[in-house]
Design a binder for this molecule. Structure first.
Ligand code: NAP
Length: 263
């Protein structure tokens, strides 16, 4: 299937690893020009060197308006305005039951996982409204609609992203700007590797045993019984970025093998 992405310009955040990097790889394979962004330039340069196609890499912290304005200038100078924005930057943030997380824990998590997408969208909205065609895909999480009580700042921030995306999808659709989310569960990336290393230390078990017990005890509805691969999320993101998703707007695609228990 021709996805119609040849010549489109995409910006992907959180792009030096995991879901973001795999999305960039698949967009490049479809002939898009892709700008990778993440926090560290050295890691981005390494990530870009493992890709083929028309790729650039510029660091920016999504919580910094100043960084994002500089990123916009660098993107415009290098490749012009963007048509596609994939917001994948994120952190697990403060962990623990409600009484264990202080104000700083809440603020630092919401700052990245909710305010990051807000500031990024503000910075690039004008690009995406030009030309009568645009796509935004936010990487939310299963946690947005099925909150786990040991990571409520993350759950609340991701729920905020879903809400913002749904509202935003109404504002500029008649100009051709379509806005959607994907909500993964337990994907094999550095983010969940770190979670599983912590779990294996806490339970005094191997890494693989930590993954298996997490699936059994914490994610009982992940019916495929394994972690997802980042490419399995990236495939859905790239579809949502494409011409083939021309009637998809305001949607939240779950890529979770059934983890969210409701219909
Ligand atoms: P990942 O490989 O760790 O990717 C997240 C990236 O975001 C990292 O490269 C990280 O940079 C970057 N980042 C963090 N804070 C940032 C900031 N302030 N500014 C710019 N970049 C920042 O993990 P991933 O699993 O692919 O995560 C991608 C997205 O999927 C996240 O939004 C996450 O919440 C979401 N998600 C993941 C899963 C899962 O199971 N993996 C499930 C549901 C949702 P550093 O490396 O420098 O920290």
């Amino acid at each position: 299937m021709n996805l119609g992405l040849q010549g489109r310009v995409a910006l992907v955040t959180g792009a030096d690893s995991g879901i973001g990097w795999n999305t960039a790889r698949l967009l490049l394979a479809e002939g898009a020009t892709v700008v990778l962004s993440d926090r560290r330039q050295d890691a981005l340069d390494d990530a870009a060197s493992r890709l083929t196609g028309n790729v650039r890499a510029f660091a920016a912290d999504v919580t910094s308006g100043e960084d994002l304005r500089r990123l916009r200038t660098r993107v415009h100078n290098a490749v012009g305005e963007i048509d596609i924005l994939v917001q994948s930057a994120g952190i697990t943030g403060a962990q623990g039951l409600f009484h264990e997380i202080d104000e700083a824990g809440w603020r630092s998590t919401v700052e990245v996982d909710l305010m990051g997408p807000v500031l990024l969208t503000q910075t690039f909205l004008a690009d995406l409204r030009h030309g009568g065609w645009g796509r935004i895909v936010y990487v939310a999480s299963e946690d947005a609609v099925q909150p786990y009580d040991n990571e409520l700042p993350y759950c609340a921030a991701k729920a905020g992203v879903l809400s913002m995306a749904k509202g935003l999808s109404r504002s500029y659709a008649d100009e051709g700007l379509l806005v959607n989310c994907v909500s993964p569960a337990f994907i094999r990336t550095p983010m969940t590797d770190a979670m599983m290393r912590t779990r294996s230390e806490r339970l005094q078990v191997s890494f693989d045993e930590a993954v298996d017990s997490f699936l059994d005890e914490e994610r009982p509805y992940m019916e495929l019984g394994r972690r997802g691969e980042p490419e399995e999320v990236a495939n859905v993101i790239v579809f949502l970025c494409s011409d083939r998703a021309s009637f998809v707007n305001g949607a939240n695609y779950r890529v979770d093998s059934g983890s969210v228990a409701t219909i």
